[in-house]
Design a protein around this ligand. Structure first.
Ligand SMILES: Cc1cc2nc3c(=O)[nH]c(=O)nc-3n(C[C@H](O)[C@H](O)[C@H](O)COP(=O)(O)OP(=O)(O)OC[C@H]3O[C@@H](n4cnc5c(N)ncnc54)[C@H](O)[C@@H]3O)c2cc1C
Ligand code: SF4
Length: 539
């Protein structure tokens, strides 16, 4: 007999939303989280002199290990203009192969939302039917209309600020009014206007007014370093907080689930965990796996709890992105504001980019590129030493404008997660190995984004481009999807529309691994939360 009705593995957005919705309905929930807890008031060091140097304050055990497969050979005869470049360094990757840089994530209560930007997007309805309409990726086994009520619930719990006249059909208004663009964003927006591109305040998990005992944002732009005010709606201060308030949710941190065990009735019977005291076993009637799109397939494969058709780990999708940064002649104070205060959805529909399947979106990039302090200027924009350097710094600091386009990444057969055959973690569990390759269609989309970025910067008056980077020559991903795709049939998917495993009756998967397609640049967390809330209702 178990003390719990459900065990949730992972306290990121998927695990947190599941915990909230299940405990609210009366179930006793245990969350097992490999990483530590963060205290926003004391762990984010924005008040210390070296705040810029530290970036996100990783703690012991707050990052997982992983390895990479074979690097893709770059096709520079055709795509050399997509190379990552800095005006002082020249090419940032000087090799002829695509370098594996990083899968950016945090292990901890809140998962990767602890350092996320806070974009809270709904998917484009047509981006959920990519196979039917365009013959690529796979269809979601549910429609936008079916997911819409759960988007509303997630937005209300988080406190999303947005513009009700925005692009998606809504059954209820945003709980909070949109944020106003900063001065620098208004200058960038002039570039969009000149090119006849529309823009709208971004929908953000960042409070524009006090909400649920959290204060409004102070526009320090440091969201990716962790928000000390807790106005950014990371999963710890929203769903986890609400789950704990039910009195029916318990979290154990520093607990890595090593293995799932099964019984003869096609059910998960228990989980084996490791903490600082050794290995233990826990069980419950139901299990929700929410370890993220890299660790979820790793755990399933390492436990030999896969599916019947070898789909676990397949259909991985990384972040397709291109960023351009340029100096504007005027001082703009561009270190202030929100990292991604407005957004252009004009090319978001899967058929919006001329002759290229799969959409994209554009938004400001100064803060995400790190230009919220002088240190980045001194290393990436202005060279030299002494008086001349000081003068140049005075003239240029806070003048950077940046633009990022993020687009659809289509699944392909060479892009997947498997287990490393040689390297294991300290418990002897094989590490996840990331394989990822860009297709020609992805490069075409990237090229469109790169050209548009340049045009927007120039139109806004920022002519001196000093840096460009993209995932053409670096795997450097923030959004990860796929690997346990949802679908109708067991022969081409791992879970059904309610996120229940086709094979294991009491196993649910509630993270970005279930996405059949990535969307046209939408950030995934709100969709992860909405899917988890829907799953909880089914359970
Ligand atoms: C810099 C950056 C900016 C971003 N900005 C945005 C944004 O603006 N909007 C947006 O929507 N998304 C954004 N993202 C992406 C977003 O943060 C992630 O897509 C999302 O948080 C993923 O949620 P998840 O629940 O799938 O997984 P995760 O957040 O990865 O959570 C999984 C959790 O499971 C735990 N875990 C893993 N394995 C085990 C195990 N074996 N045992 C126990 N626990 C385990 C991990 O420690 C982790 O806490 C950003 C990401 C980055 C890196
Ligand atoms: S800009 Fe707002 S949400 Fe982001 S870290 Fe600063 S106070 Fe928090």
């Amino acid at each position: 007999m178990s003390d719990y009705d459900v065990i949730i593995i992972g306290a990121g957005m998927g695990g947190a939303a599941s915990a909230y919705a299940l405990s609210k309905r009366g179930l006793k929930v245990l969350i097992l989280e490999a990483g530590p807890t963060y205290n926003p008031a004391t762990d984010y060091h924005l008040n210390q002199p070296d705040w810029e140097k530290k970036r996100f304050p990783f703690k012991p055990n707050s990052q997982g290990k992983y390895t990479f497969g074979t690097e893709q050979v770059l096709d520079d005869t055709k795509w050399s203009k997509l190379r990552s470049w800095n005006h002082q360094l020249g090419l940032i990757n000087i090799t002829s192969k695509r370098k594996f840089a990083a899968y950016h994530h945090v292990r901890g209560v809140g998962g990767s939302t602890l350092h996320f930007t806070g974009e809270a997007h709904r998917l484009h309805p047509e981006a959920m039917q990519m196979y039917t309409h365009f013959g690529v990726a796979a269809d979601w086994p549910l429609t936008y209309a079916e997911l819409e009520p759960y988007y509303v619930q997630a937005e209300n719990l988080i406190g999303v600020a947005g513009d009700n006249s925005g692009v998606r059909q809504r059954s209820a208004p945003f709980p909070l009014p949109p944020h106003a663009p900063s001065y620098a964003e208004q200058i960038l927006a002039k570039g969009f206007n000149k090119l006849n591109l529309s823009w709208t305040p971004n929908s953000l998990a960042v409070l524009s007014k006090p909400y649920a005992n959290r204060p409004a944002c102070n526009y320090c732009a440091a969201c990716n370093l962790g928000c000390p005010r807790s106005d950014k709606g990371s999963a710890d201060v929203t769903f986890i907080h609400a789950a704990l308030q039910t009195g029916r949710c318990e979290i154990k941190t520093g607990v890595q689930v090593l293995r799932l065990e099964t019984d003869k009735n096609a059910k998960i019977s228990s989980v084996i965990i490791a903490d600082n005291k050794g290995q233990h076993k826990f069980n419950a009637p139901l299990y929700v796996l929410a370890a993220g799109a890299i660790e979820t397939p790793r755990l399933l494969l390492a436990s030999e709890v896969g599916d019947d058709s070898g789909q676990v780990g397949r259909n991985f999708m990384e972040t397709l992105f291109h960023t351009s940064l340029a100096l504007h002649p005027e001082p703009l104070g561009s270190h202030r504001g929100l990292p991604s205060g407005f957004i252009c959805w004009d090319y978001n529909a899967p058929d919006a980019i001329p002759n290229i399947i799969g959409g994209c979106r554009f938004s400001p990039a100064v803060a995400e590129a790190g230009f919220i302090g002088a240190g980045q200027y001194a290393t990436r924009v202005i060279s030299g030493w002494g008086r001349k350097h000081k003068q140049a710094m005075r003239q240029s600091c806070a003048n950077v404008l940046g633009i990022t386009g993020i687009g659809e990444f289509l699944p392909n057969k060479d892009t997947y997660i498997d287990l490393d055959t040689k390297q294991t973690d300290e418990h002897g569990i094989p590490l996840a190995r990331i394989h990822s390759q860009l297709t020609e269609l992805d490069k075409q989309r990237l090229s469109f984004i790169a050209n548009t970025n340049t045009a927007i910067l120039h139109a806004s008056g920022a002519e001196k481009t000093f840096e460009r980077y993209s995932n053409y020559d670096f795997f450097n991903t923030t959004h990860v999807f796929g690997t346990c795709r949802m679908g109708i049939k067991a022969d081409n998917s791992v879970v059904n529309a309610n996120l229940r495993s086709h094979r294991w009756q009491n196993l649910y998967i509630a993270d970005a691994s279930v996405f059949p397609s990535s969307g046209g640049g939408e950030s995934p967390s709100l969709t992860i939360a909405a899917l988890a809330l829907r799953m909880a209702e089914f359970i």
